[in-house]
Design a binder for this molecule. Structure first.
Ligand code: AQP
Length: 335
């Protein structure tokens, strides 16, 4: 079997409108990596249904994530873009990994604790076992690298533990131990309303996030209302400590401008937030506007998106099926 040395798998959930955190923490990095790696980009709808999704909108949200990939610059001919539920090997391998992963490992996952909150008796079993499905998403392609935002780091460590345990238990080196690729100036974009909370699709406040579907006016309003502190912009990176909202806006600016936090600080040191926000609005609109326009255009003819996904599904299955077959053989199942 072909053992890739530079293969990427990453996914985005169709669980709501994509936001700036998804773009800067993940999708923008996918675009940068596509020249160097063989890429599998997946719309992870099986993950999305770990919490309730409205059946009337799920299919369209799935297409919208695909449109966002393409509109952001991912070449659908060169890369494999597909939907997780259309490649059944993900769920099949996930079951096998449920039998490898330990309860104690999953009990330590902070994302589950955050999402379940005080309601942990009442959330789906799928939400708890989410990381074993994520491990299957990655390892069903023998992916070597996984570009994700900082929030997924712990899940990726669990993937590595599962690969390692499988290899040890069955005395094999079949699964690679995948490396995280967490880079850029905005690996954890925070809420515009609260610098201590991650920008997230499920935040009840629309003003907490900039969406890829936002108009220029929406973007301007949200940035104008973004929480800041009363001091002017800092003159060193050190001064950003204890100023989470300032740090967040500066990181967003640096990432959108493909610059560094130090450069942004030296440009705006001592200035008022009103000046900085005006420039951040212009920069955001100029970078996100073309993506939104292209997404809207792609969404007017969904047959193009569906053909990309159909093609992606076939290519994904071609790679995933032999990996599943080999895994079952290693475990000792009858073929
Ligand atoms: N705030 C963020 N900053 C940087 N990266 C982020 N990502 C998500 N939020 C941020 C990265 O985006 C990719 C896709 O994420 P996802 O949609 O699959 O799952 P998520 O992390 O659960 O997204 P949300 O928006 O936070 O959804 P909810 O509200 O349902 O929890 C991943 O690479 C992720 O790291």
């Amino acid at each position: 079997m072909d053992r890739p040395t530079k293969r990427i798998l990453s996914g985005v959930q169709p669980s709501g409108d994509l936001h700036l955190g998804n773009y800067l923490g993940a999708i923008k990095n996918f675009v940068a990596l596509q020249e160097e790696y063989e890429c599998f980009f997946c719309v992870v709808d099986l993950h999305a249904i770990t919490v309730w999704q409205d059946p009337k909108v799920l299919a369209n949200k799935t297409r919208e994530v695909t449109a966002a990939f393409i509109a952001s610059g991912i070449d659908p001919k060169k890369n494999n873009i597909f939907v997780q539920s259309q490649v059944p090997q993900h769920a099949q391998l996930a079951w096998l990994f449920n039998c490898i992963a330990r309860m104690g490992w999953l009990n330590r996952m902070t994302q589950f604790k955050d999402k379940a909150g005080k309601n942990s008796e009442n959330v789906s079993v799928g939400l708890f076992s989410y990381p074993t499905l994520m491990a299957a998403d990655i390892l069903i392609y023998l992916a070597t690298h996984v570009p994700v935002g900082d929030d997924q780091k712990q899940h990726l460590e669990l993937t590595r533990d599962i690969a390692q345990k499988f290899n040890n238990d069955f005395k094999t080196d079949f699964f690679p131990i995948p490396e995280p690729l967490i880079f850029g100036q905005a690996t954890r974009v925070m809420s515009l309303r609260d610098g201590s909370k991650k920008m997230s699709k499920s935040d009840p406040s629309d003003y907490s996030r900039i969406m890829l579907t936002d108009t220029a006016d929406n973007i301007a309003q949200k940035i104008k209302k973004a929480k800041t502190d009363p001091q002017p912009l800092p003159s060193t990176k050190e001064d950003l400590k204890q100023r989470p909202e300032a740090e967040n806006l500066i990181s967003i600016f640096a990432s959108l401008q493909n610059s560094s936090i130090e450069n942004v600080i030296s440009e705006y040191a001592g200035k008022e937030f009103s000046d900085f926000k005006r420039d951040l609005i212009d920069l955001s609109v100029s970078k996100l506007g073309p993506i939104t326009t292209e997404m809207n255009k792609l969404m007017t003819d969904t047959s193009y998106i569906d053909s990309i996904l159909n093609d992606g599904k076939d290519r994904a299955i071609n790679v995933a099926e032999p990996v599943l077959t080999k895994t079952k053989e290693i475990i000792g199942f009858l073929s």
